[in-house]
Design a protein around this ligand. Structure first.
Ligand SMILES: NC(=O)c1ccc[n+]([C@@H]2O[C@H](COP(=O)([O-])OP(=O)(O)OC[C@H]3O[C@@H](n4cnc5c(N)ncnc54)[C@H](OP(=O)(O)O)[C@@H]3O)[C@@H](O)[C@H]2O)c1
Length: 300
């Protein structure tokens, strides 16, 4: 077994590509598992970085096992519905076990789902389901919990409404929430993949900030005056989620609108806050702040 050989599933994705780069920068060997029929441009990019490509059928246990052979850790950055998070990751886990791999990092990269009641977030329920499987397996698993990707604040997350100079919040403007950039998450995960003594969970946050803090950050960065906008209490948000889910179940979509609202509910409830943080576990000059992200990002 090579302590510096890492198998990476999902390397063609957004987080996965950054993980491949971060691992290679740390001197790791990377075997990137890609789907049969993967776009040649994606493979070429990974090859140029220095990764070894293993084109596999993710339903073929023997093929995935053979690709995992000799590695010290399997890192998953897969993204998808239950068939990916539970089914494909279970096959990947079985392959890792058969190949004698000792460590596994599942594709969690989220808020602290361990503290949330089941049924409050569909996508996180699948992670909980996979957790039960990986915790029964004879290898060491480590989940990286990073809160929300900070880039969501200038993208999909309906929190900072740049056009209206408002920061929308539910229930409590002072509830802190966790935000970490995708690159910082990738760098920390790469360090964890190469660390043979990681605990079951590692929690990181580039910044913990409330809606009120976001008002200051957005005002400072844009030079314009942002204000708070209270959308309602958590009870109302729960009702909106129920109605949205009934009207438009969109169960085959990864992020239907009600799914995003479930994340908001979890975050504004304070239940999913990351504590304590493991930010200091590996040497790092500084973590990217929300202000950095707002300054760099495209504003709506
Ligand atoms: N905390 C946050 O705010 C936040 C936000 C976004 C994502 N995330 C998490 O970060 C992780 C990675 O997400 P991402 O945004 O990087 O995803 P992404 O860019 O969509 O990439 C997904 C990866 O999974 C692969 N994949 C998808 N379905 C597959 C299947 N059936 N079999 C094999 N491979 C499959 C894709 O391969 P192809 O290239 O072949 O399609 C790709 O490599 C996920 O756990 C996601 O939930 C967290």
């Amino acid at each position: 077994m090579d302590e510096k050989l890492i198998v990476l599933a999902g390397a063609t994705g957004n987080l996965g590509g950054r993980l491949a780069r971060a691992l290679l920068q740390r001197g790791a060997g990377v075997i990137a598992l890609v789907r049969v029929g993967c776009a040649p441009s994606k493979i070429e990019e990974l090859r140029t970085l220095g990764a070894t490509i293993a084109e596999v059928d993710f339903s073929n246990l023997a093929a995935v096992t053979s690709a995992c052979s000799g590695a010290s850790c399997v890192v998953s950055a897969l993204s998808g519905l239950r068939e990916v998070i539970v089914d494909s990751q279970t096959l990947l886990l079985d392959a890792a076990l058969k190949a004698g791999v000792r460590r596994f990092i599942p594709s969690d990269y989220c808020i602290d789902f361990t503290k949330l009641p089941p049924g409050t977030n569909r996508n996180l329920d699948w992670r909980r389901e996979f957790r039960e499987r990986v915790d029964r397996a004879a290898l060491a698993a480590t989940s990286i919990l990073n809160g929300a990707f900070a880039e969501m604040l200038t993208g999909q997350a309906p929190i900072i409404l740049f056009k209206w100079k408002r920061v929308l919040y539910w229930e409590d403007a002072d509830q802190r929430m966790d935000f970490t950039t995708i690159d910082d998450t990738a760098a920390f995960t790469a360090a964890a993949a190469l660390d043979s003594s990681t605990p079951r969970f590692l929690r990181i946050a580039g910044e913990q900030i409330s809606a009120r803090g976001l008002v200051s950050a957005a005002s400072e960065v844009t030079g314009e005056t942002f204000r708070l906008f209270r959308a309602g209490g958590l009870g109302r948000l729960q009702t909106v989620i129920k109605v949205a889910r009934a009207v438009s179940p969109a169960n085959s979509a990864l992020y239907p609108p009600w799914q995003g609202m479930q994340y908001l509910h979890n975050m504004f409830s304070g239940q999913a806050i990351l504590d304590p943080l493991d930010n200091g576990r590996y040497p790092r000059a500084r973590w990217t702040t929300v202000r950095d992200v707002l300054a760099q990002g495209k504003r709506r």
